[in-house]
Write a protein that binds this ligand. Sequence first.
Ligand code: UDP
Ligand code: MN
Length: 367
Amino acid sequence: MLVRMVYNSVRNMTKARNFAFLIVVALLVFAILSLLSNTSSAASDDVNKEYSIVPENDTMALCFESLQDTRKLLYSSTDNDNDIEPEPIIYFVTPTYPRREQVAEITRLGQTLMHIPYLHWIVADDTSVCNNFLNNLLKKFGIPYTHIASPMPEFYRTKKLVPRGVANRRAALAWIRNNNKKTGVLYFGDDDNTFDLKLFSEIRSTKKVSMFPVGLIGDYAISTPVVKHGKVDGFFDSWPAKRKWPVDMAGFAVNLEYMGLSPNVTMPYKAGYEEDEFLKSIGLKMQDIEPKANNCTEILVWHTQTKNNKPPKIRISNGILRNNQFNLGVLLKKLETMGVSHISQSEGTAAQITKDGKSKSLISWFS
Ligand code: UDP
Ligand code: MN
């Protein structure tokens, strides 16, 4: 009796185990099959699926909508112009140099400066010949400007630490001196930085030297004066390097009357120490510094940097380039002029045209 009971229960257990085993195997096979079919069809499904415009599973929250146009000039050149003191001119000095991003950078910066009245833009290009293309671009902004060609001496280009933009800033300083600009405010604004429009109203009232934070600098992601009881009392910059004035080029503005008091104003070709040496040359003292940007608690300028890629080479025949029946020749030659990309007869990525989802060589597209 006991033996039979034990035998039965063992048999049942074996049955149950077999059954469970079968289920596990079936599940596994199913899982593998569905995985395989998913991966193989997922790709084609993704491409072929017609996506509805209204998101199904996407997360989307409408945060805010404003249907009113509240744009206005930050400074309207007011109707009662006669009653008010003329605004000091801001001399905005931009060193720039030929590279494929130059036109894009100058376009963005020019369109920022278009918002600012009483501004004279000094664009000093690191080249020996005046770039006509750049000049036509500058003209279009409608801003009063001076376009200078001021190449860096070859000697400095080969150095391990290249003094970037120094020849250009020196040329701008020479222009200011030679043209007897004795009032107004000087600011060094690189072509790749990002400027809040509020920066301009802040620096315009500079009496001697104003200072303010610059975002995206070094290991602190900021370079700023330290302000105590409304006065600059030190500096917060992750690369002090024994500099008396450890500030970024974009972190200060200088009144020209104040600068005129120093006879030996200069910016030496000393990579990393340009700001420090310039501020020393204008005889800056701690008590001369006016903190701006709400006692240096606001970031009104950012040291953004544009990713720099090599210009690609496009292989395209001369005949097609010269064909003025269609746009590509004109467009690609323009990009060549800007230094954005190059054209070659024999090397580079072959030019192709895509139509109805199929790519064809230019020759066959024409025939
Ligand atoms: N610049 C120049 N010649 C050069 C390299 C740079 O005139 O050979 C200019 C550049 O257009 C910019 C400034 O100098 O306005 C600072 O250079 P960059 O932005 O490359 O240096 P960063 O300060 O961002 O390291
Ligand atoms: Mn830069």
